[in-house]
Design a protein around this ligand. Sequence first.
Ligand code: UD1
Ligand code: CA
Length: 455
Amino acid sequence: MKLFPIILAAGQGTRMRSALPKVLHPIAGKPMLQHVIDACEQLTVTKIAVVYGHGGEQVKQQVVGKQLLWALQAEQKGTGHAVQQAIDLAEDSDLVLIAYGDVPLIRAETLNKLCLGLGQATLCVLTTKVPHPKGYGRIVRDAQGKVKAIVEEKDTNDEQRLINEINTGFMAARASDWKRWLKQLTPQNAQGEYYLTDCVGLAVAEGWVVSSVLCEDSQEVEGVNNRIQLAQLERVAQKRQVEQLMLNGVTIVDPARLDIRGKVSAQIDTYIDVNVVLQGEVVLGKNVVIEPNCIIKDSTIGDFCHIKANSLIESAVIARDCDIGPFARVRPGTVLEPEAKIGNFVETKKAYIGSGSKVSHLSYIGDATVGANVNIGAGTITCNYDGVNKHQTIIGDDAFIGSCTQLVAPVKVGEGATIGAGSTITKDTPPHQLTLTRAPQKTIENWQRPVKEPK
Ligand code: UD1
Ligand code: CA
């Protein structure tokens, strides 16, 4: 029996009050629907169907999956109607798992338990217990405790309304059974919709056993209907990720003040201070120190690096023992070799900085290759852009660039060269020589400061 997940994601999500389809709103930097797809992909599956409708092409474009099949539900007539649009993609023998695209924290292991829970039964539903069951479908059981039906909130009687075991929406059954039940659904209910949940009553009427699996952690199966719930689940998702890092040996000063929007790996004894955002794919070595208010995106940071407060690092590769910041802006294409230093108010872009080299203060280094053990003085600018094209600056090993130098690219500074402070370098400079451009200093004799006329 092959497992075939069908993810329902066609609903409009009116209560989000958004132009963005609900299932594309991100949790931990990733669309909610993507979380559900990823959980399904962790199971042994050969294909996954997504029922889409509201948001159409946009939904299709913004999620990825290895074997995604798409089923359009042009009009949203209920969860049963949604499954009807996709069920013919299943072989009769498939085990069809129904999942919701707006329940982002679902874990693969829970989906697995649900499938195993089918056992000898024909239908298995994932339930949970909540203190306030309002709005959910209630799990109605018979005297022996066997599942008898799921009754939607709007169709409940006074007694059923008190039941606090609810339907999470996740269910599993064989495709042939789904196909038979789906044909029998009618919209004769309070909302005039085709309810998937009616399949439970149909299975029981046929004399089959409906089993259930209880999800202990109700947050895991919580759905998002508005932005308050989105923010609540974001916190839960953050807590999960941050706790994993801590268990792996990373010190997080305040778990509530680190945000991970992507995939982060870190080695032991790395230390992350407050208000740090890690985005995309971030790889941190061991004993890295990240001071407050740093944003690091799609970058690799080597062992023993020190990222000082208020620095931004994007698409960069930083080797071991580098020092960055405070207030540094390390832009895409920056590569730092071991023990390099980027100091305060320095911006780098497409810059290779050799080992032991220092750009300590107030500089712009773009489209540049800097050798090893170079010292770049405060206020140095690579003038890389002529208004049309970008040009390269190449600085040899052991060069010393005096403060406030402008390097007008394309230009090369020779190995071991020294550039006098305040120079505008427009031609290649020879190695091991002092080069400078500087107007001779003069003093105007007997010059007097202007003075204000007395009134
Ligand atoms: C549904 C269940 C309810 C359960 C609750 C859990 C039914 C009839 N009710 O109610 O028992 O407690 O979820 O959250 O199944 N969708 C479509 N097409 C549609 C309608 C919905 O794709 O025509 C999708 C939505 O995008 C969403 C999911 O199905 O991902 C659930 O839809 P929603 O309208 O939120 O169902 P509820 O009324 O909350
Ligand atoms: Ca819902």
